[in-house]
Design a protein around this ligand. Structure first.
Ligand SMILES: NC(=O)c1ccc[n+]([C@@H]2O[C@H](COP(=O)([O-])OP(=O)(O)OC[C@H]3O[C@@H](n4cnc5c(N)ncnc54)[C@H](OP(=O)(O)O)[C@@H]3O)[C@@H](O)[C@H]2O)c1
Length: 199
């Protein structure tokens, strides 16, 4: 059974993924800086997905075939620096991070020297792991993209769209900022994009 670690799984984005992936039959571990605090934080919803496990970030990564990054962009550098030695050789990293700030209640994209958060993350991962991101799936390895597409396809209601090279993350991350702006303007919570013309 594929083992998935979700770093930041105590947050809004990670929690939704943890529940859905566990219901899809995967072994899911929430990675946290503090597993004790994480268990308390997820106690209310983990009852709905009872097989989800909780571990510290390093232990979660060490046993995972797939690691999903769902932490705020601001904190990803020290986290990856700490975790670099712990990734399983050949594992897949799925990056969900969008480099935005909400200072003063306004959403703004963070300027990332590498072009996108995904490329920033790639530069800080061991060479032995493969990177992909989001329902729009991008990555420089055909095999890694195919694996990520298969994972997304397990989730009811999500359709994976393979958009090619990792540098496409620049467009995807800007689209996510646009979705957040639409949510705010229309006072909704689930603005999404659909590609028409794909069969
Ligand atoms: N929320 C969404 O709808 C959405 C949509 C698309 C993309 N994203 C992206 O997904 C990521 C997570 O979003 P979110 O709203 O779920 O974030 P969040 O709730 O603010 O944070 C998620 C988790 O990150 C961990 N974390 C916080 N500070 C940390 C630090 N200094 N070092 C290491 N870990 C830290 C915490 O887990 P522990 O305390 O357990 O360690 C926290 O529960 C972001 O990059 C965001 O851009 C979010």
């Amino acid at each position: 059974m594929t083992s998935v670690a979700i770093l930041g799984g105590t947050g809004q984005q990670g929690r939704a993924l943890a529940q859905r992936l566990q219901h899809a039959g995967l072994r899911v571990t929430i990675g946290s800086r503090d597993p004790g605090r994480a268990r308390a934080a997820v106690a209310a919803w983990i009852a709905l997905a009872p097989a989800v496990e909780v571990a510290d970030n390093a232990a979660a990564v060490a046993q995972a075939d797939v690691t999903m990054l769902a932490v705020p962009f601001t904190f990803v550098d020290p986290l990856l620096e700490e975790l670099r030695p712990h990734f399983k050789v050949g594992s897949l990293v799925v990056d969900l991070i969008v480099p935005v700030t909400f200072a003063g209640g306004k959403i703004a994209m963070v300027e990332v020297a590498e072009g996108s958060a995904a490329e920033h993350v790639r530069a800080r991962l061991p060479a032995s792991v493969r990177l992909d991101c989001d329902e729009f799936v991008c990555g420089d390895s055909d095999a890694a993209r195919a694996e990520a597409v298969a994972l997304v396809a397990l989730l009811p209601g999500l359709r994976p769209v393979d958009v090619g090279a990792l540098s496409r993350a620049r467009s995807i991350e800007h689209l996510t900022a646009l979705a957040i702006a639409i949510n705010r303007r229309y006072k909704i919570h689930d603005a999404r994009f659909r590609v028409v013309g794909l069969t």
